[in-house]
Design a protein around this ligand. Structure first.
Ligand code: GLU
Length: 483
């Protein structure tokens, strides 16, 4: 394990409420939660809502709800009362002001009056000359008088951090190992926008320090920001957390998963019926390797988590893998949990209206192996409990192939209650002198309308003897009509 174990481990997830949580940021949250739990530490949630035009209360609310649904409980966050709060950056303006003031006093930051327009032209010229775009320090040496004159003209400055010249910024990334950057590659950067709101580099780093965060796991897209943040923390005389930059989650096309590219939000996956444990089992293995290949409980996911098992290569999201873990999650869920999961969904009718009271658990047991998403359970409920039935073309073919005599026998041998399918089928097989597929396929086709589906022994009692008789009569008619 890495250094800093002198302080209790504290990790955090620091989303900006500018959209719904998607799998990429859910994975970041999960890794931070797993790391904290593994070390017996604290997992904190901080809302980075400094971009007032893009942050929305509705997204913030959804974020908390989605994280709770995933089971990623934070011990400190917007809903907790702690001297380290508030946990919404929009409420921390006074705190930031104090630190801006200190930096300006110490000559470590300065007001910059360059307009967007000017900066754009400078960047353009630098690029045209084959140089990297960097702030050339126009306002770095303004005198107090010049600053006052510009203010008097009504100009609103940004605040720039003065980057020291010709130094090396080095750090050990928890995932990517040793990193080094030259300060000469970093231009003086904005830490407060002209409207007074804090810039990311500043408030993100400062809040981690003020909130005693020891470990930051975040997307690799932030790797280039880290040297700047380390410089800010050094200037403020704060110890930096250990940073680990996680390889991005990419889609089929190799491009990072993002809402714009059609990646599904957590809400959409939840609506479709994906279970949180399926998502966690999958995400925890994207960019992190577990020794165990089997489905892991929340506790086992924590136990097996190890920073040394994080990979640097981009992790590719594959919906087939998610489906695999979904199937596993269904297999591991209790009958009661699966009933609740299927209940309340409107797929071809409400399952609560279809499955009779008292049969719910038997129903779940019958269909769970054939149900990956709750809608499939609803369709099966329709097949089992509705009087009407639709036949697939293969089912019709199987019924016709079995022929009229087969169904006459099957009807004649129907027991008074639909309790024991095996004995019934054997009796039909014997009397009709058929076995194997020729026996089971037409019976399944008749009773369910399809050639595939849940185990007949389990669904026969649920279909019940009356419906079974009606369906056999229908099959007899279909088989008779052809001749
Ligand atoms: N608000 C930033 C983001 O959502 C946080 C980055 C970080 O984790 O430091 O990308």
């Amino acid at each position: 394990m890495h250094a800093m174990l002198d302080k209790p481990v504290k990790t955090r997830f620091a989303p900006s409420p500018t959209g719904y949580l998607h799998l990429g940021n859910a994975r970041t949250a999960l890794f931070n939660a797993l790391l904290a739990q593994k070390q017996g530490g604290i997992f904190m949630l901080r809302i980075e809502d400094t971009d007032r035009s893009r942050s929305r209360a509705e997204y913030q609310f959804a974020l908390l709800e989605d994280l709770r649904w995933l089971g990623l409980a934070w011990q400190e966050g917007p809903d907790s009362d702690s001297p380290q709060g508030p946990y919404l950056q929009s409420q921390r303006g006074d705190i930031y002001e104090r630190y801006y003031h200190g930096l300006v006093e110490g000559g470590l930051a300065y007001p910059c009056f360059c307009s967007e327009q000017e900066l754009k032209q400078i960047r353009k010229a630098q690029l045209a000359a084959g140089r990297p775009p960097r702030y050339p320090g126009i306002c770095a040496q303004l005198s107090a008088g010049e600053i006052q004159r510009k203010r008097d003209q009504g100009l609103k400055p940004t605040l720039r951090f003065r980057v020291p010249e010709d130094e090396l910024v080095e750090f050990e990334d928890l995932v990517r190992g040793p990193q080094r950057h030259r300060t000469s590659d970093i231009g003086d950067f904005v830490i407060r926008r002209s409207d007074g709101t804090p810039a990311f580099f500043f408030c993100n780093a400062l809040d981690d320090a003020l909130m005693n965060v020891t470990h930051v796991l975040r997307g690799e897209d932030h790797l280039a920001n880290t040297p700047r943040q380390l410089l800010v923390l050094r200037a403020l005389e704060y110890k930096a957390p250990a940073y680990g930059h996680i390889a991005l989650l990419v889609g089929d096309n190799g491009a990072p998963l993002s809402k714009r590219r059609g990646a599904k939000s957590l809400r959409e996956l939840r609506e479709e019926g994906y279970l949180p444990q399926a998502i966690n089992n999958y995400l925890a293995r994207l960019g992190h390797v577990y020794e165990q290949t089997e489905f892991l409980s929340p506790e086992a996911l924590v136990q097996g988590f190890d920073l040394s098992r994080m990979s640097r290569a981009p992790a590719r999201f594959d919906v087939a893998q998610l489906r695999y873990w979904q199937k596993e999650a269904v297999t591991h869920a209790s009958d009661e949990a699966l009933w609740d999961w299927m209940a309340g969904r409107h797929v071809e009718g409400r399952i609560e209206d279809l499955v009779p009271n008292g049969s719910q658990i038997d129903f779940v047991r019958a269909v769970r192996d054939n149900t990956e998403l709750p809608g499939e359970g609803c369709v099966l409920a329709g097949i089992l409990f509705r009087d009407s039935i639709d036949y697939s073309s293969e089912a019709l073919e199987s019924i016709r192939l079995a022929g009229r005599d087969f169904f006459q026998v099957a009807l004649a041998l129907l027991p008074p209650t639909a309790s024991d399918f095996k004995t019934y089928a054997q009796a039909v097989g014997k009397a009709a002198a058929v076995g194997g597929k020729s026996l089971f396929m037409p019976l399944r086709a008749t009773l369910t309308g399809d050639l595939h589906g849940p185990e007949m022994a389990r669904i026969f009692p649920l279909i019940g003897i009356e419906r079974a008789r009606a369906r056999l009569q229908m099959a007899l008619k279909i088989a008779s009509d052809q001749s």
